[in-house]
Design a protein around this ligand. Structure first.
Ligand code: SF4
Length: 72
């Protein structure tokens, strides 16, 4: 499976510092959930995409360690 076409400039990952970043990327950007990515769907629809919108449609928590929550 090829990587998401915007993986190398998707803004969510430059501000995401948790160790689970790789899990998100492997599940969505490089994996089977990519077509379900909320960011990608909005982008393709020409809609604005919040910088902190996670692929599962939730928002990235503030940097307090809670971004270690499960990837879904
Ligand atoms: S978060 Fe979504 S839009 Fe961004 S690179 Fe991953 S799959 Fe593509």
């Amino acid at each position: 499976m090829s990587d998401c076409e915007v993986l190398h400039h998707c803004p969510i990952w430059s501000s995401f510092h948790s160790h689970v970043k790789a899990v998100w990327i492997n599940n969505y950007c490089k994996g089977p959930r990519r077509e379900r990515c909320a960011r990608l769907q909005l982008m393709r629809a020409g809609q604005p995409v919040a910088v902190d919108l996670l692929p599962n449609g939730t928002r990235m928590p503030a940097r307090n360690g809670s971004e270690n929550s499960a990837v879904g």
